[in-house]
Design a protein around this ligand. Structure first.
Ligand code: 9PG
Length: 495
């Protein structure tokens, strides 16, 4: 995917038309300017009408919102905590995590983005304000909205490092098997999937004893090692899902003293899933971090070298920890240490993860909520929980985060070819497949025996695609001979 977007470059406003306030220092950057400070303001002479909002973690909203209407918000307060940064839950202004862009009707835009962690950017009265927990560097750029975002991605890679790596084609159990996995069903799937050109066979949620107890349950009586061997002997890379920082109620006792707490010393609930409330491992606590590292090292020793690490935002929720350092800094340092222990050959895929703190440590990151074998859930109408699965919003969010590709491989989640157990129509399936082609991250969960001959053919073509891809504007792309327009998908996706 080209990251340059010369074909729709807007008039860049000049440095003279920008005012910087609150910065301790200012320097030139190849692609803009760098300010240092913990509370900085950029005042462009720009009649902005749109704000690029960037949500905190993989499942949070990302996209362009109109400045003259209130930002999309989560209707049920309790749901906010696993949908976006809990610290921003009561904000009603236009605010996003780490980065914000304001854009005028003619396409001219100004970006303010953190080159560090623990930071927010808000828009008000034609200005951008960045607030951070400590003094950090901020990147400022002018140009078209998409151009400044791409440049921010490049600047981020420079500041935080990049480990962008494409894992090849991934077959994942989740979107067809759910948690219903065991060694015999997996065995059948391995031999079927191996007949197609997949590189990674990923066992998602369902193999573990409990969230917080990362040992195999009774569905895997011989343990996970033999399963990894079976995957490897079928010429695929063994992949495993874990939520290493989440702890369900029944496991809290075993993690006593190792969890993020509130001011009264009680573990802070990070969210609700698996029919239980779950809590968060304090990775600034040495004992806790070592326990997480031991778990991940055992998994690698079993033979799994592609790890989908999920519900990672739990590691960065607000609360009391062993260290008083800012929470995202703690998260980032912990994963730097985890990376160091596991080595460079293990592919770490981040999911439900605070985005910018994951850059430079993870190889790839989920950039939207879960897809689902339906376009939009009827429940969504009432609940407005943007983190809930649904293909339309997954596409809209991932598309709005393509610029991250300059710093980390983006993962838009799996695509569907099946019609069995799916409500997606052909055009919806194609739109999802097109987005995956653009990101280069190719994954599915369709069991080969759910596909008819033509669907299998389409999956094969998808996995061996070589089409030239170029971006025409914010929503339109050319894929080979076809022109693809995501605007109808994105428009109203968060309404
Ligand atoms: C396994 C799944 C899959 C999936 C992940 C994650 O409540 N929530 O907001 C919520 C969001 C996503 C989610 C589960 C719950 O799915 O994204 O790919 O691995 O966990 O349990």
């Amino acid at each position: 995917m080209p990251t340059s977007s010369d074909s729709y470059r807007a008039q860049a406003i000049s440095r003279a038309a920008l005012k910087f306030k609150g910065a301790e220092a200012e320097a030139d950057h190849e692609l803009g300017w760098v300010l240092s400070g913990s509370d900085v303001v950029v005042e462009p002479a720009l009649a902005a009408t749109r704000f690029y909002r960037h949500g905190w973690q993989s499942w949070s909203i990302a996209g362009w919102e109109r400045l003259d209407s209130p930002p999309a918000s989560i209707a049920i307060p309790g749901l906010h905590r696993q949908a976006d940064d809990p610290a921003l839950g009561d904000r009603s202004d236009h605010v996003g995590s780490w980065v914000g862009v304001i854009e005028a009707e003619d396409g001219s835009a100004v970006l303010l983005g953190a080159l560090g962690t623990d930071a927010w950017v808000s828009a008000g009265d034609g200005t951008l304000r960045g607030v951070a927990a400590t003094e950090i560097d901020w990147f400022v750029a002018v140009g078209s909205g998409d151009e400044v975002l791409n440049n921010y991605g490049i600047a981020l890679a420079g500041a935080l490092g990049t480990r962008r790596s494409d894992p090849g084609a991934v077959w994942c159990t989740w979107y067809s098997q759910g948690r219903d996995v065991d060694s015999s069903s997996i065995s059948g799937l391995i031999s079927d999937v191996a007949k197609l050109p997949f590189d990674v066979f990923l066992i998602d949620d369902g193999w573990e004893k409990a969230i917080g107890n990362w040992t195999p349950n009774s569905g895997f009586p011989l343990g996970m090692g033999p399963v990894a061997d079976e995957i490897a002997s079928n010429d695929m890379r063994p992949g495993l899902w874990l939520a290493p920082l989440a702890v369900e109620v029944a496991e809290v006792e075993s993690w006593r003293g190792c969890l993020v707490e509130d001011d009264s010393g009680q573990p802070v609930p990070a969210g609700r899933n698996w029919g239980t409330e779950y809590f968060a491992v304090d990775v600034s606590n040495k004992e806790a971090l070592h326990r997480v590292i031991d778990t991940l090292e055992s998994v690698v020793a079993w033979g799994f070298t592609y790890l989908k690490l999920d519900f990672l935002f739990a590691g960065a929720i607000p609360g009391r920890r062993a260290s008083e350092e800012p929470r995202e800094q703690i998260y980032r340092q912990a994963f730097a240490q985890i990376r160091e222990s596991l080595g460079d050959d293990v592919h770490l895929n981040a999911c439900g993860a605070p985005v910018i703190p994951s850059v430079g440590v993870f190889d790839s990151i989920r950039v939207g909520p879960d897809v689902a074998p339906y376009w939009e859930s009827p429940l969504y109408e009432h609940v407005r929980d943007y983190s809930t699965p649904g293909t339309r919003r997954a596409i809209a969010t991932s598309l709005a985060r393509l610029w991250l590709g300059g710093a980390i491989q983006v993962d838009p989640d799996v695509v569907f070819f099946r019609t069995q157990q799916s409500l997606l129509d052909p055009a919806q399936r194609q739109t999802l497949q097109d987005l995956a082609s653009i990101t280069g991250f190719l994954a599915t969960s369709d069991p080969p025996d759910w596909l008819d001959e033509s669907q299998t053919g389409a999956l094969r073509d998808f996995l061996s695609q070589t089409s030239e891809i170029s971006r025409l504007d914010r929503y339109r792309f050319r894929i080979g001979e076809r022109e693809v327009d995501f605007e109808p998908t994105v428009n109203g996706a968060f309404g």
